[in-house]
Design a binder for this molecule. Structure first.
Ligand code: BV8
Length: 228
């Protein structure tokens, strides 16, 4: 791997599965019989804010009770030791990459432990519930929402992500079904740029055919093996 200089890693819910966080495929529809596409939309929030706040309050509470797994730890080791360029682009809204020690991380779909004030547009580190409509610490408006990117909203830091893909030599996708865009399109973007592509996933995904190489297995086993 020494000859490769810049790496972009994309992670999805599958990398956190072995930490005990349900993936969307497993939890999809299980949570109060709602699909993530229904509760993770501005329309869903408009329609029933309490339902959506409860959905995120429950996940914000749960994420603070689990720990990073060997896959997060291996990526954090790569982050510390790799002298070349590295960007971990995660679709996940948990903080397990950071808690494992990674720092070159971008949360393109936002973060559970952050609350966004739609009035003053400031973000606040947030560990408690939002259901009780707490005041924004900056402007005191009582409209804080989860700081996550819902369907139909623009993912965060897309310019930075595409710049990293343009200068990458290797694109590795870990634990994602390839069901949600624009993240699911990164592999074809990378291929068009001549970037080597590798998929590490429990099973073949919707995008497996795009990858030069696709390995199946649990991230807790495949990621440490790949990082070594
Ligand atoms: C956008 C945050 C453009 C919240 C999420 C109509 C209108 C508008 C947009 C669209 C539209 N139709 C389509 C779109 C685009 C849309 C989209 O892609 N829809 C899909 C349903 C077709 N995308 C968007 O809307 C995005 N925005 O396009 O904006 C735009 C342009 C200009 C101006 C404005 C806008 C925004 C999408 C972000 C949605 N938010 N999350 C929250 O988390 O609650 S998406 C959410 O679901 C996750 O973040 C994640 O991205 C996605 C689920 O994907 P995965 O992470 O892959 O999880 P999944 O469960 O699916 O798969 C898990 C995988 O792990 C599996 O493959 C499994 O095999 C594997 N696995 C399991 N265990 C393990 C394992 N692997 C390894 N080891 C294990 N142990």
């Amino acid at each position: 791997m020494a000859e490769l200089r810049n790496i972009v890693v994309l992670t999805g819910a599958g990398i956190s599965a072995e930490s005990g966080i349900d993936t969307f495929r497993d939890a999809g529809g299980l949570w109060e019989k709602h699909r993530v596409e229904d509760v993770a939309t501005p329309q869903g929030y408009e329609r029933d804010p309490a339902l959506v706040q409860r959905f995120y309050d429950a996940r914000r509470e749960a994420v603070q009770k689990v720990a990073p797994n060997p896959a997060h730890e291996a990526l954090a080791r790569l982050d510390r030791e790799w002298e070349g360029g590295l960007l971990i682009v995660t679709q996940n809204v948990d903080d397990l990459h950071e808690r494992a020690g990674a720092s070159r991380v971008v949360h393109m779909h936002g973060e559970l432990l952050s609350a966004l004030c739609p009035i003053c547009e400031r973000r606040h580190h947030w560990t408690g519930p939002l259901i009780d409509r707490p005041e924004c610490p900056s402007c005191e408006a009582r409209s804080l929402r989860p700081d996550v990117v819902w369907f139909g909203e623009m993912p965060y830091q897309m310019d930075r992500i595409y710049a990293a893909l343009r200068s990458a030599h290797l694109f590795v996708s870990i634990g994602t079904s390839g069901a949600v865009y624009p993240a699911a399109g990164f592999v074809s973007d990378a291929r068009e740029l001549g970037v080597k592509t590798l998929e590490l996933n429990l099973e073949r995904s919707e995008g497996s055919h795009w990858f030069h190489e696709s390995r199946q297995g649990p991230a807790g086993k495949l990621v440490p093996e790949w990082v070594e």
